[in-house]
Design a protein around this ligand. Structure first.
Ligand SMILES: Nc1nc2c(c(=O)[nH]1)N[C@H]1C(S)=C(S)[C@@H](COP(=O)(O)OP(=O)(O)OC[C@H]3O[C@@H](n4cnc5c(N)ncnc54)[C@H](O)[C@@H]3O)O[C@H]1N2
Ligand code: MOO
Ligand SMILES: [Mg+2]
Length: 450
């Protein structure tokens, strides 16, 4: 049963929403999320990829840890081959061999060479390596092996000196860093069998809308499938957090309050979609209004008799309107110390709201230093002709042109209610408030979509 909410009496407060600028809304979110970094856990190195570091990683030794041959060939003393040429090769007695993993039995003396393999420790006394292809084997009169070196060489050639890449104690990565495959290689190199990473923040997600069907359901007249819950879950995952899906709820305040209480108990951040505009059944807007009035949202914490009012974590509205398109009704609050994002139901607005506000909040919980989206400059390939009283975020494909410059190509079917362009979008072109749009070739800021 759908209950009609605020009637004529509620109309005044329903429209009493003051839009804040996107930057201000983001500032409020980051401020509210500050200091809420989630705990850490140890994971096996091979499972650390894609996580956020919770520790500083330093080099546990110089690297390479010994002077290392870069080639298969011969380790020599450079002075012995300084004059070598095809006509007058240097002839050096081969005294021993060093395979990777071995250590030379003695220092290399003048007039001698050591057979050496790629990655093997260069013997003391040697200061150059000659590649095998530039040598020939020879036999000395008394039967011992020799090598003919047909090209002059210089000290240091084909040797990676000890500590060339890293010095012991050097900082390789700081907390908050996204562990990428290259970091895993470094961690392995320096003996980190386990790595301290941030726990995945738990993000409760539910959709509101009596028109919503489960994804598995058959379409029915007037109804649509709840695609936002799954889209948001995918974005949560991609942000390094764990989604907890609480399903699609009817537009009923009691149902939403119950879900909110459950979400509050089990998550670090709550994200809802739908019901935030001025419609009669926009239940999240009603809930936020009640919250704003101080009549409150009944989470379990507020109901708990164990906590005195003084002990309760703070609750406050961060914003209930943002000067942007799409997603102007996007709202956010702190409820008993926990962030709630009420994103628009329109899929395009839901997507943009997540990129602008939810992902940065998750980043802060993960200890990421640069929490806000990455912005690059690009040239517009097609004009955006809509005037913009508010900042407009236009879904676009990114193209690298023949001149090597990055261009942004705004996508068709990009209305807030449309989905076709979400799947294809690689960036959000920012058309600043107050402009008449943007022309072909104009340089614009573009938020990169991960
Ligand atoms: N009179 C006005 N009407 C509207 C305004 C306004 O300022 N004055 N704002 C418009 C804007 S802008 C947006 S954005 C939408 C916001 O709507 P809500 O956030 O309240 O979302 P709903 O009403 O619940 O749904 C809107 C639309 O999206 C579909 N939807 C909702 N949830 C899902 C879901 N989980 N999966 C897929 N699709 C979903 C829903 O069926 C509706 O079609 O309001 C404008 N109206
Ligand atoms: O905020 Mo709405 O998404 O512009 O249509
Ligand atoms: Mg609505």
């Amino acid at each position: 049963m759908v209950k009609k909410h605020s009637g004529m009496n509620g109309q005044g407060s329903r429209f009493n929403r003051r839009a804040v600028r996107v930057e201000e809304a983001q500032r409020r979110v980051l401020e509210a999320a500050a200091g809420q970094v989630v705990g850490s856990e140890l994971v096996a190195l091979h499972e650390s990829g894609g996580r956020r570091l919770a520790q500083t990683v330093t080099a546990s030794s110089d690297w390479p840890p010994f002077a290392r041959s870069g080639l298969d060939g011969y380790a020599v003393r450079a002075a012995d081959i300084a004059e070598a040429s095809p006509e007058k090769p240097a002839e050096l007695r081969v005294v021993y061999e060093v395979a990777a993993g071995q250590v030379a039995p003695a220092a290399l003396q003048a007039g001698t060479a050591a057979r050496i393999m790629t990655g093997a420790a260069v013997p003391e006394g040697a200061d150059a390596v000659v590649m095998l292809e530039q040598t020939a084997e020879a036999m000395l009169a008394y039967g011992s092996r020799a090598v003919l070196i047909k090209r002059a060489g210089a000290a240091g050639q084909h040797i990676a000196p000890c500590g060339e890449e890293f010095r012991r104690g050097g900082v390789l990565a700081v907390p908050g860093t996204l562990v990428r495959p290259g970091h895993v290689a470094l961690l392995g190199t320096f003996g980190y069998a386990e790595v301290a990473v941030r726990k995945r923040p738990r993000i409760a997600v539910f959709a509101t809308g009596s028109e919503l069907l489960a994804v598995a359901a058959q379409l029915a007249p007037g109804r649509v499938r709840d695609s936002n819950s799954s889209m948001v879950a995918a974005m949560v995952h991609q942000s390094g957090a764990e989604p907890l899906l609480l399903g699609a709820l009817p537009d009923e305040l009691a149902a939403v309050e119950a879900a909110l209480a459950e979400a509050w108990e089990s998550s670090d951040i709550i994200v809802t979609t739908g019901g935030v505009s001025v419609g009669d059944y926009d239940v999240m807007a009603e809930l936020i209004r009640a919250f704003k009035d101080g009549s409150g949202v009944r989470t379990k914490v507020q109901l708990s008799s164990l906590q005195s009012a003084a002990e309760r974590p703070a609750s406050r509205l961060l914003f209930d309107k943002v000067a942007m398109r799409p997603g102007s009704p996007t709202s956010a609050a702190v409820i008993d110390g926990k962030l709630l994002f009420a994103l628009s139901g329109n899929p395009g607005a839901c997507f943009v709201g997540f990129e602008l506000f939810v992902r940065p909040a998750i980043h802060l919980l993960l200890g990421v230093r640069e929490a806000l989206p990455t912005v690059v400059r690009a040239r517009l390939l097609t004009a955006v002709e809509k005037p913009s009283p508010h900042d407009r975020f236009v879904r676009a494909r990114l193209v690298i042109g023949e001149n090597g410059m990055l261009s942004a190509d705004p996508l068709a079917f990009a209305k807030s209610s449309m989905m076709a362009s979400i799947a294809e979008a690689e960036g959000l072109v920012i058309i600043p408030a107050g402009s008449k749009g943007a022309e072909v070739g104009e340089a614009v800021d573009v938020i990169l979509i991960p």
